[in-house]
Design a protein around this ligand. Structure first.
Ligand code: NAP
Ligand code: 3JM
Length: 346
């Protein structure tokens, strides 16, 4: 028998949380009630959803009483503190932060790749990092058929990946520079650090904090999460993650080496028929993926597919997706959809 599904969004006032609400509505997710949670700072804010006024509440352990699915995107500390409280109260947590991604007890899911892992959950399912998600959607079909042994990836990541304050800062620094004033930066590259740089008219080769090995945490997320999602820690992943002055949409220049040889035309056919992928690859008409075109869209766009000039089995591609949608909110909502369908509630 169908049961009502009660949903909570934690971080509902943020860039990802707002997109989660929109995505639930766009996909007609069958929620009976929606609880919007954030910090005490924005408790009391009223948000209109399906013509109903919903008041944002401060997230506390008791907020999860009667909640079936809790979508978390309020930072790792909030997830570490409140996700176990939600689970104790019977909710399935779909967590957008890095807090639980590498926990062996927590499935790390991109539905187009490893949807069946959803059913191995013990209360928490992790959503991968935005840069990993779009790379997995594009590379999993290639890995399946040709066997990927090496990935070299450079990212061109939008400001929105660092939250609402980073979006505002990109606008402010661009406006200041155009007015001939000194730009004031307080958020990027990482809001928790002391040193900041303007993003407008700039490129910052730092996303998240540096680790001892010289890579940033964002880069290491791409390495470790790729291994976990594809179930193969022998794949050699070499990432460089950079922030570019784009509002929405991450781009990635990806080079892979495969075990088995391929014809580019076959790779294009494969990608064109792969779930979640739109092949946008027509050099004759200057057609290729771009973040402005991908903004607000659900798919992962792939183009510039070409064979390496020097390395056998070397392939390059250009992969773009809306980082807030497929990179965060949509991926989480897709997981929730699969769960409610399996439970017979949709
Ligand atoms: P954001 O725009 O800065 O929003 C942060 C949200 O968290 C706001 O709703 C904020 O509420 C809430 N929040 C902050 N502290 C809180 C607390 N102590 N208790 C409850 N709520 C609290 O950031 P965002 O871009 O939406 O990202 C949010 C998180 O999602 C990130 O920190 C990251 O972990 C994750 N994320 C994941 C991906 C991904 O790749 N899957 C991508 C982007 C972000 P107030 O309005 O009350 O401040
Ligand atoms: C994307 O807890 C925090 O400070 C959040 C940092 C953050 C993350 C993360 O590590 O969860 C900001 C933006 C992510 C992410 O998806 O990995």
């Amino acid at each position: 028998m169908k049961r009502d599904v009660h949903v909570a969004v934690v971080g509902a006032t943020g860039a990802v949380g707002q997109a989660m609400i929109d995505t639930l509505l766009r996909r007609e997710f069958p929620f009976a009630s929606l609880r919007l949670l954030a910090s005490a700072r924005s408790a009391g804010t009223v948000v209109e959803v399906r013509g109903q006024q919903i008041t944002v509440e401060e997230a506390t352990p008791d907020s999860f009483e009667g909640v079936d699915i809790a979508l978390f995107s309020a930072g790792g500390d909030v997830s570490l503190r409140l996700a176990p409280e939600a689970v104790i109260r019977g909710a399935l947590v779909i967590d957008n932060t890095s807090a639980y991604r590498m926990d062996p007890m927590v499935p790390l899911v991109v539905p187009e790749v490893n949807a069946s892992d959803i059913f191995k959950n013990r209360g928490i399912i992790a959503n991968p990092n935005c840069s990993t998600i779009q790379m997995m959607v594009a590379l999993n079909p290639i890995h399946h058929v040709y066997g990927i042994r090496r990935i070299v990836v450079s990212t061109y990541q939008a400001a929105s990946g660092a939250g609402q304050r980073a979006i505002d800062e990109l606008k402010q620094t661009a406006t200041a520079i155009l007015a001939g004033e000194d730009p004031v930066a307080q958020v990027l590259p990482v809001s928790k650090l002391e040193r900041h740089y303007p993003l407008a008219f700039n490129v910052l080769p730092q996303i998240d904090v540096f680790e001892e090995n010289g890579y940033t945490k964002e880069e290491m997320k791409m390495v470790n999460e790729t291994h976990k999602i594809l179930g193969d820690s022998k794949i050699q992943v070499t990432p460089t993650a950079a922030r570019v002055p784009v509002m929405y949409g991450h781009s990635e220049a990806i080079y892979v080496e495969t075990e088995r040889s391929f014809a580019v035309s076959d790779v294009k056919k494969l990608l064109a028929s792969s779930p979640g992928v739109v092949l946008e690859d027509d050099p004759a008409h200057q057609l290729y993926p771009q973040p402005l075109r991908a903004t607000g869209e659900f798919p992962v766009f792939v183009g510039r597919v070409r064979k390496d000039l020097f390395v056998d089995n070397g392939l390059s591609l250009w992969v773009v997706a809306d980082n807030i949608l497929k990179g965060a909110a949509l991926n989480a909502v897709q997981i929730a959809e699969i769960w409610v369908r399996q439970e017979g509630n949709w």
